[in-house]
Design a binder for this molecule. Structure first.
Ligand code: NDP
Length: 325
């Protein structure tokens, strides 16, 4: 078990974490980034990215994250494959965190960029049939449903993108939504409604997933018509839950203020938490925009504010740069 010291400890490795790392390294903070359970974050389970500025052609999410990682390392970030399982924020800077490996990480400033994860419906059969027909990631599991019938549950951008993606594999895709309007962007809605393989079932909630976890897996959904109140069986081979995301803030409960959705509360317009030297960036503090580019923006802001915080502590960044040469 080792002890690591850094001026800037970054927890999480999505666009927010990598941007904080790039800015932090260039400001001579020699950051250590602890990657977490899903290195690269949510973009690693996405395929096409069309809205990250700077790329005229469609790029792939995993490729973009590899590029961010390479850039962060190139400018001087040390990236560690570990997951923070405990952190002491109450004692002030330097902050002590403990990794799953048993290693200790000390950071004069900390950027929390742990992101968010897919939400589940929490209805019977969902967990039992997880990986047996029920999934929350079309790009990970869509391939298994070649020529089959699948359902996507949700009405936001994620649900519509997953439905469109699944048309590459499945024979029939049904979007099941609990209301009669989608909240997805108009352009995505247009593509969805125009696609010959996709149908939409409105005003339906999923009451249960049914099938045989030990055998054939998912066979059907029990849907409730929210207008008539009637239940009906809906036969499918696969079901993709795409109802949004929850922030990964378990580690910070009781240590930082969280809002009712579990997101870290920051000073409005900044990545500053109530604890000096502790910053939050990306989806872990943003329940409104949740884009790769906005996460990258707040990661940058967190590194800039960390630099100001360290200057206030009179931590000698230039001295570190000389020592590193
Ligand atoms: P959203 O919160 O936007 O949408 C969640 C959807 O799931 C809503 O339609 C909601 O229904 C439905 N839902 C929530 N809970 C339940 C439930 N218990 N049962 C049934 N349905 C439920 O989440 P997304 O993941 O779609 O998007 C998150 C953010 O990421 C958004 O800001 C989105 O714009 C962004 N995003 C952007 C992309 C892009 O730009 N390419 C791609 C993917 C996401 P209701 O509408 O009734 O509330």
């Amino acid at each position: 078990m080792a002890t690591h010291y850094t001026k800037l400890l970054i927890i999480g490795s999505g666009p927010a974490g990598y941007s904080a790392a790039i800015y932090g390294a260039r400001a001579m903070m020699a950051p250590i980034m602890v990657q977490g359970l899903q290195p690269g974050g949510q973009l690693t389970i996405t395929t096409d990215v069309e809205n990250y500025p700077g790329f005229r052609d469609v790029i792939q999410g995993p490729w973009l994250m590899e590029e961010m990682k390479a850039q962060a390392e190139h400018v001087g970030t040390r990236i560690v494959w570990d997951t923070i399982v405990d952190i002491d924020l109450a004692s002030g800077s330097p902050f002590r965190a403990v990794g799953d490996s048993g290693d200790e990480y000390w950071g004069d400033a900390v950027v929390i960029a742990t992101g968010a994860q897919a939400k589940w419906l929490g209805v019977p059969g969902e967990m039992e049939l997880g990986g047996k027909g029920v999934s929350a990631c079309a790009t990970c599991d869509g391939f298994f449903f070649r020529g089959k019938r699948v359902a996507v549950i949700g009405g936001g951008n994620t649900a519509v993108e997953e439905a469109l993606y699944l048309t590459n594999h499945a024979e029939r895709v049904t979007l099941i939504h609990r209301r009669d309007t989608l909240r997805a962007e108009r352009i995505l809605q247009q593509r969805l409604f125009a696609h010959p393989k996709i149908a939409v079932l409105w005003n339906r909630s999923v009451e249960r997933f049914e099938g045989d976890p030990a055998g054939a897996g998912l066979t059907h959904l029990v849907l409730r018509d929210r207008v008539t109140g009637r239940d009906e069986d809906f036969a499918v081979d696969g079901a993709f839950v795409a109802i949004g995301h929850a922030p990964s803030t378990q580690l910070f409960k009781g240590k930082l203020e969280l809002d009712e959705g579990g997101y870290i509360v920051v000073e409005p317009g900044t990545p500053k938490t109530a604890i000096p030297g502790v910053f939050a960036a990306g989806d872990v503090m943003d329940h409104t925009y949740r884009q790769a580019v906005t996460a990258a923006g707040t990661g940058c802001m967190a590194a800039l504010d960390a630099e100001r915080f360290l200057s206030g502590l009179s931590i000698d960044l230039q001295g570190h740069a000389e020592a590193a040469e």
